[in-house]
Design a protein around this ligand. Structure first.
Ligand code: G6P
Length: 615
């Protein structure tokens, strides 16, 4: 999510750190900072906003040191500010961190009881305190970092320096990427290759659970059990542009492949299997207020609207609360009826969509309590909402939304479980079952991504289509809408998404051998006691009878739908409620490969904007 760069060598490294951070600017950030260890000990400089602010500070202060770490922050815990910018330091130790510490509230409370005072709202600052305590006990930086990591649950790419050890940089990786680079008499660290590409092309990508010690003389890597590992550096021949995309051809492709990690970051620390409940730190709605709710109204635009359609079903199923959903751009024009005790849920990746903001204001003005489901910390919608549930997808650069969508679905499911528990409509056992299914999703998403070859093959076969229909039923109907939106956004092929039952009420007139039909024909026996699979088979037969070509999203091992379809996009089977998160993956990949095959500008499709800030 955020950017990390580190250096240990023989020269003052402030300008190297700034240059490295500049190479990560494309990712988006809200603040930046550096920490150097030099003759005067540890020096930390941080600044909110553009990198040029930090650069100006560095030019003015001239920090010295041949050991240093730098960071560009994209806020997850705590608003963008100087105090919340990294590095965070305590007791001569400075840290930068990407990821989320799941047990941060618990650790912060324990440290406070032991007399520690915190200067930021971040979870990261905890690392500085934990490691400094271990250094004070006499441990070296490597041992101190390992000891601190034993206390922490969560995801991290972490880099640490200490005034007590001016020749050592220690780093650790768990679920967030980290790479070390090999130089002559100097070594480097980064979250992403572009930051260090100007100095070295010999790198090792760290594996899960690894801890690494960098010195001028060399790099030592230790695995999760503490055993030293030797790995041959890999030579990177990426161009700088390729490096920004992590070796992927487009940001959209990179972001599609980041979804398992984004989902882990969204779910972790919130879903508790022990308690059979959900903790949402930015949501203060209590049982009394939740029980008093008469209705929820979801407002959103574009892809976020599709997440809302799924979210409506989640809330109605689990929290037994009637939910209305509106396109945010339409909400105000019908003088909406906002009953007392309405919860307005505004879903927005950017938090800046003008219509969504205006719809939320309208609901608030009419007395609703407002809750934002949002990806960008401190954005306009989050500033005005009463409660905020962040999606933690990380910056999304491709205009067509992918990881923001799947994390919105996960967030809506967490919210539905929370409301269900608060309202007493969901027992802890039932909640546990849902959360177990949700916890399995990142792994299932990775499995769906492994089947990319099938999407590529289908894309090649149908990339010259002029119109494509997408059909799904129940929870898969909004997935069909999202599949169609993805295809039209980036490939410019006309595509329509329909609830499959509506096919006979119009779209069937379009079907012939030139109109491929994408159907979502996975099994979902638990949803409302109704298995929509058989009905989808019926739709498929109707398409086939009219000469239509069928691309079917099916579960692994499927036989019936596969026998009718011309191409299949297999996904692993999963519990009905979470199936939309898994089933949308092949549709994202299909759209991506169609667009790539047609040679369109995948990341910046014509006429579209990532964030629509005008009504
Ligand atoms: C634009 C983007 C879409 C997005 C929609 C809503 O149209 O291109 O990807 O779904 O806005 O944006 P939001 O930031 O509110 O989710």
């Amino acid at each position: 999510m955020c950017g990390i760069v580190g250096y240990v060598g023989g020269e003052d490294c402030a300008s190297f750190l700034i240059a490295g951070l500049k190479r990560l600017e494309y990712r988006g950030y809200d603040s930046a900072g550096v920490a150097l260890v030099g003759p005067q000990g540890l020096g930390v400089l941080r600044s909110r906003g553009k990198l040029v602010n930090l650069e100006t500070l560095v030019v003015k202060e001239r920090p010295q040191g041949a050991l240093g770490i730098g960071h560009t922050r994209w806020a997850t815990h705590g608003r963008p500010s100087d105090e919340n910018a990294h590095p965070h330091s305590y007791g001569g130790v400075a840290v930068v961190h990407n990821g989320i510490i799941e047990n941060h509230l618990e650790l912060k409370a324990r440290l406070r009881d032991a007399g520690h005072a915190f200067t930021s709202e971040t979870d990261t600052e905890i690392f500085a305190h934990l490691i400094a305590d271990e250094v004070a006990k006499g441990l070296d930086l490597l041992a101190a970092t390992k000891a601190a990591l034993r206390e922490v649950r969560g995801t991290y790419a972490l880099a640490v320096v200490s005034a007590a050890d001016p020749e050592t940089l220690v780093a650790a990786k768990n679920a967030s990427p980290l790479v070390v680079g090999y130089g002559q008499g100097e070594n480097y660290l980064a979250s992403d290759v572009p930051a260090i590409l100007e100095r070295t092309r010999d790198v090792v990508f760290l594996e899960e659970g690894e801890v690494v010690r960098l010195r001028r003389s060399g790099i030592e890597i230790f695995d999760a059990r503490g055993q030293a590992v030797t790995r041959k550096p890999r030579r990177i021949d990426w161009t700088p542009v390729m490096a920004e995309k992590g070796g992927h051809k487009h940001f959209m492709h990179k972001e599609i492949h980041e979804q398992a990690r984004a989902l882990v970051d969204t779910i972790r620390g919130r879903a508790s299997l022990e308690k059979g409940d959900v903790t949402l730190d930015g949501v203060s709605l209590d049982a009394e207020a939740a029980k008093a709710l008469t209705r929820a109204t979801i407002v959103a635009c574009g892809t976020s609207y599709h997440a809302g359609v799924v979210g409506k079903q989640y809330i109605e199923t689990l929290a037994k609360l009637p939910v209305e959903i509106d396109l945010a751009s339409e909400f105000r024009y019908r003088d909406p009826l906002v009953l007392p005790n309405t919860l307005c849920v505004a879903i927005s990746q950017s938090g800046e969509t003008a219509d969504t903001l205006a719809a939320m204001r309208e609901a608030k003005g009419k007395g609703a309590r407002t809750l934002a489901v949002c990806n960008v910390v401190g954005s306009a919608i989050t500033r005005e909402a009463d409660d905020v549930l962040y999606t933690h997808a990380g910056p999304e650069i491709g205009v067509a939304s992918t990881k923001a969508f799947t994390t919105q679905l996960a967030a809506m499911l967490l919210l539905a479980v929370k409301l269900g528990r608060l309202r007493g409509t969901l027992t802890s056992e039932a909640a546990r079952e849902v959360l177990q299914a949700l916890n399995a999703v990142p792994g299932l998403v990775d499995q769906a991504l492994e089947r990319e070859g099938a999407a590529l093959e289908a894309a090649r076969a149908y990339s010259s289509a002029k119109d494509v229909l997408f059909l799904g039923r129940g929870l898969q109907a909004p997935v069909a809408l999202e599949g169609a939106l993805k295809l039209k956004e980036i490939s410019y092929i006309h595509a329509e998404g329909y609830a499959a039952g509506e096919m006979k009420h119009g779209p069937i007139a379009l079907i012939d051998e030139d109109v491929p039909v994408v159907v979502i024909a996975t099994r979902d026996p638990k949803q409302g006691g109704q298995d929509t699979y058989e009905k989808m088979l019926g739709n498929m037969e109707e398409v086939r009878a009219r000469g239509g070509r069928i691309i079917a999203v099916v579960n692994d091992g499927d036989t019936h739908a596969s026998a009718i379809a011309d191409k299949v996009l297999p996904v692993p089977a999963c519990s009905a409620l979470v199936a939309p998160i898994v089933n949308v993956i092949p549709l994202q990949l299909f759209s991506y490969h169609v667009a790539d095959h047609r040679g369109t500008d995948v990341d910046q499709p014509r006429n579209l904007a990532k964030s629509v800030t005008v009504e």
